[in-house]
Design a protein around this ligand. Structure first.
Ligand code: ZN
Length: 117
């Protein structure tokens, strides 16, 4: 598995997530952890969180996927099941909606300029 630290091109969303102490890493699309997903949030038993994003996506898709994964965290979807439980389809709808709002707020409706920071 190839990890890479995110570069400035994913900012400001990566910077916001980083300010919460959550690292964002790009990984190769064939990374087993991602499976069929474009991004994934990993919560370890010790509570440490890492967000993984496929490096094969266009930059706009990486940003949108990152906003989606961050939305899952903000909405409490990754809390232990005994603390909070939302059906899978509802959680995806909520994360997609909030992620899209975040993305548009940060980058504008056209997704911002390519490779801008
Ligand atoms: Zn999701």
């Amino acid at each position: 598995m190839a990890y890479a630290a995110t570069r400035g091109r994913l900012r400001p969303i990566a910077g916001i997530i980083d300010s919460f102490g959550i690292p964002v890493r790009t990984v190769s699309r064939d990374c087993e952890i991602l499976g069929e997903a474009y991004g994934k949030t990993i919560v370890r038993e010790n509570g440490k969180i890492t967000i993984l994003i496929s490096d094969r996506l266009p930059i706009e898709e990486q940003r949108l996927t990152l906003a989606h994964e961050f939305a899952h965290l903000l909405l409490g979807h990754l809390l232990p099941r005994e603390c909070y439980r939302v059906p899978g389809k509802q959680a995806e709808f909520e994360a997609e909606t909030l992620g899209f709002i975040l993305y548009n707020f940060l980058y504008g409706t056209n997704g911002g300029r390519k490779n801008s920071i």
